[in-house]
Design a binder for this molecule. Sequence first.
Ligand code: GSH
Length: 220
Amino acid sequence: MAMKLYGFWRSLATYRVRVALALKGLQVEQISINLLEGKQHSGEYKAVNPQSVVPALVVDGGPPLVQSMAILEYLEETHPTPALLPKDPRGRARVRGLAQIVVSDGHPLVVPRIRGYLEKEMHQDEPARNKWLAHWTAKALEALETHLAKEKETGKFCHGDSPTIADICLASQVFGAKFFNVETAGVPTVMRVFGECMKIDAFDRSQPAKQPDAPKNPTH
Ligand SMILES: N[C@@H](CCC(=O)N[C@@H](CS)C(=O)NCC(=O)O)C(=O)O
């Protein structure tokens, strides 16, 4: 199976897909779309993803797959081992729910197009924009923390003792917190799980700063 991943080193959504591919041992050609230079808006990339966002995954020259959660689910269905979702429906719903706290509620508020809109249309200065980024990033982390700290299904990872889609999304949110200088001392369970994730090579080598298109000393 030949796969091409359109992404960017500091894209949290691309990170999620890179980790899933790596966990499942799949090779992928990475194509960098420089979001800081606005390359997502080029006609060439819009032909791949009309929404002008990364990631997009092309499998065997087929139509591009978009949205990181849809791509993770596709990889899970086509390459079930190792499993990134539990077997039981209730467990699957819990894992998907934890993942959606990040993917549906936290991350969408901090993407470049929202930051650009706050700046250009809403005339918010940099300190105000940074306050926004830190607030919504922290909110998602706090929601994860509340679930993980009190629910008995939490194990070494978000759900039991092997990584799932929830851990992939949690790790992406923690990288967001690092980008936006968000204090993480108040979310110890999240940070413990993040630490377990980063002991796994697939999580570690997929991290933003280790990508070939990352600057030598990323300042975020
Ligand atoms: N919900 C989408 C989010 C995609 C997204 O917003 N990606 C960001 C990078 S993490 C992007 O390409 N942003 C471009 C922009 O906002 O202009 C997913 O999970 O794939």
